[in-house]
Design a protein around this ligand. Sequence first.
Ligand SMILES: C[S@@+](CC[C@H](N)C(=O)[O-])C[C@H]1O[C@@H](n2cnc3c(N)ncnc32)[C@H](O)[C@@H]1O
Length: 239
Amino acid sequence: MLTSQKPLKDVFFCPEESNFYSYCLQSLVLNNCLSSETIIEFGSGDGSPVINSLNSTEFAGTVQGFEINSMSCALANERINVCGLREKYIVHNRSLFDTATPQGDYLISNPPYLPAIDNKIYQPFLHGGIDGITVTKQLLSLGYKNVLAMIASYSNPVGAIDYALTKGYHITDFIISPLKFGYYSSEPKVKNRIEELKQDNMAFYSKNIYLLAGVLFTKQSSSSQENLSTELMQLMTCL
Ligand SMILES: C[S@@+](CC[C@H](N)C(=O)[O-])C[C@H]1O[C@@H](n2cnc3c(N)ncnc32)[C@H](O)[C@@H]1O
């Protein structure tokens, strides 16, 4: 039987981060949706960020989540049922990369972004490649018009933003918050890699604090659109 007890090794559990992702989702996406938009979510975890957002907004569309971790997926769908949100939110137990790319107006994700030399870390599904942005770059390659992605200042933030620009995105809006290093990012193997990235000017943080940004990328439709990428890069590299 599933309970709300989530062993840190099995299901992603970091309320500060999940709550901030939920706040970004409401502010940058759901509150600006005008009709019944379809949203695709990569990496739903226990589903709580989207559930909280649906309970706090008037969003009239649907969210299709994809979660590779079967325990997380089961927990998410149990919570969705308990909250009576089955018509609006469903989580599929598979990788978004293993299927034909589903159609949607937005792709949203708090993706795996832990940098490490390999995925033999406390929770392998949180591995974001050697500099932390491998999955983020894959998500930015799927062709969605709008992408809300969480970007960490210790995971090559400039590389992530530059990659988005090469894929034809501009930054429509963003929100930044300082966060304390948590359970997963404090694992020695991950922390060592973060320190190496800092030496190479690819990770930015102070002793206990890093910055997490919710960034709304939109495919460029005209050259006159304001681009916030320079401002975001300056902020994400300020620590
Ligand atoms: C940082 S956690 C975010 C979870 C949740 N969205 C939150 O913010 O609380 C990233 C999630 O992505 C999932 N994940 C990793 N690789 C995946 C893949 N290829 N397809 C779907 N989900 C994946 C992980 O299992 C994990 O639950």
